[in-house]
Design a protein around this ligand. Structure first.
Ligand SMILES: *[C@@H]1O[C@H](CO)[C@@H](O)[C@H](O)[C@H]1NC(C)=O
Length: 659
């Protein structure tokens, strides 16, 4: 009796074991990983260029990805090196690994890499190679999205503004001037990364051609042109495109690159996946941008998602067998003047933080969203494979609340602007991109000052639009401020004295980074010139003969300002833009902190020469992130450029306030 029971039990166990093995084998055939899986050659690659190398990169057949012939499911997270201090890249990557991700996705920011035509910068936070090598050593594959247009809530979608010095520029097209610019950039960029491709022992498994092109244009030849450049420079990995479901249909490129879909709502996603399924029975499904949250505009509410809705979406995607890239996994910060903008009916500028309500916060903290994502990936992907644990979640980077800091000095508008070297002259005010300031180039970012010595005058009228916000100063005192929504750009100046200095200070709040063919003006990307364009009138008469000054707070300017002699003792100011300064002494190792700009109106903060970005009392964002690597032990210099009225103190806090 007993022995038969035992035997029965043993049998049962054997059956269970066999069933478990069968399930695991079946599972990993369909949801397999590079480190475990049967050899299976993908033989249906007619849509991809022939592969000649010994190692096979990312391939696919029957809706399944393979990496070097082994079944592979892409579990990727988006993080942009240009939005995260390089000292923190590794921390964020480790947090990706601990969440169960196997791939890192990044865009490339052309505008930062080529600030001046033909002059390239790939150092510091822009050291793309170092970033990719680090991903490799952390055990992450890479999806590289070099644009050249990247959207990304980044000024002009990552394109350099100097493109717009050409009046006839047609970006994102085969317009010759645009092709030449891309050819030069890709000719410099791609040779730096070719040896980091998977087939050559590196981490890059896929490269994207352009970005959401179909929603913008139907000029498929432009995609062909970019593909040609990628191949010419030795990119041999799988090429992909990414689009919303509508864009997929408008510019079909699936004969040349694997289509992927972008969405937030899984219902939208289904539509896109249906299109892809019909295009080819072999195409694996991938959501290239699963929007984990959303970005914010100045003057609008902060965006967050309900965690349970988010979790449901993630679960649906994981259950569907599709590959996924969490966009963003870690958003980071639009430091400096890099935030982009949108303009359908109204111009709306993006805020400085790119927290995005992503699984990792702007400062890289673990969130509930992160833990939920990790739990779902573990349950749905790893446990069925017999992997019961993920790497330990790394601790958050420590933060401190530094003592409030009182302003010590200030520099008046007159003194500040006397240090500007980039100056020009024109009959009528022109957009900043059109001037030939030093080295023959226009201005890219920041504020442009239109200056004119006038006699007496009363009514000032500006041309149709200001891009994007203009402050009118009379003898350095603020008369009024116009923004892009102002209906009538006219003001009474009351300049009764015979001699007056008129200055119109126009801030570029960020160039539009996204547009689609349904927009009121689908050509708006080519109209992203900033400042004033056209005639200014005083009392009905045209004013000609203007001086223009570029106040862009570039490194050279900051260096001069820091050593200038015109600093005076601080007294709170209003109604004239002013630069303020304070020194903060940090004993010991600096830590991350958040700067709260309550009591201040609008401007920028520069710490030790690093532009942290804009603050603005209209919110929703209240705090600016200061990563510890921007601070140092000992003396730290804080510069505040305030446009309207100063506060007295800077306040620090441990937690962000995003609205
Ligand atoms: C290159 O970019 C890095 C990172 O933004 C910056 O620190 C450095 O000053 C730049 N170099 C030049 C020559 O502009």
């Amino acid at each position: 009796m007993r022995t038969t029971m035992l035997r029965e039990r043993q049998k049962k166990r054997l059956y269970l074991l066999a069933a478990a093995v069968a399930v695991i084998v079946w599972y990993y055939y369909f949801y397999g990983y590079p480190w475990s899986g049967p050899d299976a050659r993908s033989d249906n690659l007619n849509v991809i260029d022939p592969l000649e190398d010994d190692v096979e990169g990312l391939t696919f057949t029957k809706r399944q990805f393979f990496l070097n012939t082994k079944p592979f499911r892409i579990l990727s997270g988006a993080m942009h090196y240009f939005r995260v201090p390089s000292e923190y890249w590794q921390d964020r990557m480790m947090k990706m690994k601990a969440c169960g991700l196997n791939t890192l996705e990044t865009y490339v920011s052309w505008n930062l890499h080529e600030p001046v035509p033909g002059k390239f910068n790939f150092t510091g936070m822009l050291n793309l190679r170092k970033y990719l090598e680090l991903a490799h050593s952390e055990g992450l594959y890479v999806i590289l999205r070099p644009g050249p247009y990247i959207c990304s809530e980044w000024d002009f979608g990552g394109m350099p503004s100097w493109l717009l010095a050409d009046q006839k520029m047609k970006v994102r097209s085969n317009y010759q001037g645009y092709q030449e610019a891309i050819t030069r950039f890709f000719g410099y960029l791609l040779p730096q990364v070719t040896d980091l491709q998977f087939k050559r022992g590196g981490p890059i498994i896929a490269v994207q051609v352009e970005n959401e092109f179909g929603s913008f244009s139907t000029e498929v030849n432009h995609l062909m042109f970019i593909k040609g450049l990628l191949r010419l420079h030795g990119i041999k990995e799988l090429l992909v495109t990414s689009d919303g479901s509508e864009g997929l249909v408008r510019a079909p490129f699936y004969q040349d690159a694997l289509p992927t879909v972008n969405f937030k709502d899984t219902e939208q996603g289904r539509t896109g996946f249906e299109v892809i399924k019909q295009e080819n029975p072999d195409f694996p499904l991938m959501v290239m941008e699963f929007w984990t949250g959303w970005f914010d505009h100045w003057g609008q509410p902060h965006n967050t998602d309900d965690l349970s809705v988010y979790a449901e979406r993630v679960a649906t995607i994981l259950d569907s067998g599709a590959s996924i890239n969490f966009y963003m996994f870690h958003g980071g910060t639009n430091f400096g003047f890099m935030a982009g903008a949108n303009e359908f009916s109204h111009y709306k500028a993006d805020v400085t933080s790119y927290d995005y309500d992503a699984p990792l916060t702007e400062a890289g903290d673990i969130t509930e969203k992160y833990m939920k994502t990790r739990e779902l990936i573990l349950e749905k992907i790893y446990k069925p494979l017999g992997i019961l644990q993920l790497p330990v979640v790394p601790a958050n980077v420590p933060r401190v609340e530094y003592a409030k800091l009182r302003m010590a000095e200030m520099m008046t508008w007159k003194d500040l602007t006397s240090h500007i070297m980039k100056t020009g002259h024109s009959e009528r005010p022109m957009p900043m991109e059109m001037y030939k300031f030093d080295s023959g180039l226009g201005q890219s970012y920041g504020y442009i000052i239109y200056r004119k010595q006038i006699g007496s005058g009363n009514w000032l009228e500006l041309p149709g639009k200001v891009r994007d916000r203009a402050q009118v100063l009379l003898n350095t005192w603020s008369v009024t401020t116009f923004d892009s929504d102002s209906k009538k750009l006219e003001v009474q100046m009351h300049a009764s004295q015979p001699n007056n200095l008129l200055e119109i200070v126009v801030e570029n709040l960020g160039r539009v980074n996204f547009i689609n063919h349904k927009a009121p003006d689908p050509d708006i990307l080519n109209k992203q010139r900033k400042g004033l364009d056209g005639d200014v009138k005083i009392d009905g008469k045209f004013v000609t003969d203007w001086n223009a000054l570029a106040l862009d707070f570039d490194q050279e300017f900051l260096y001069k300002i820091s050593r200038a002699s015109e600093w005076k003792s601080f007294i709170p100011q209003k109604n004239s833009p002013t630069l303020y300064r304070a020194q903060m002494v940090i004993a010991g190792t600096p830590a991350d902190t958040f700067l709260n700009m309550k009591d201040w109106k609008k401007g920028i903060v520069i710490v030790n020469g690093m532009n942290l970005g804009r603050y603005w009392e209209i919110g929703p964002q209240r705090t600016l992130y200061i990563p510890a690597p921007f601070l140092k032990s000992g003396m730290n210099e804080f510069l505040i450029f305030e446009e309207h009225a100063s506060g007295e103190y800077l306040y620090f806090q441990k937690e962000p306030q995003l609205g």
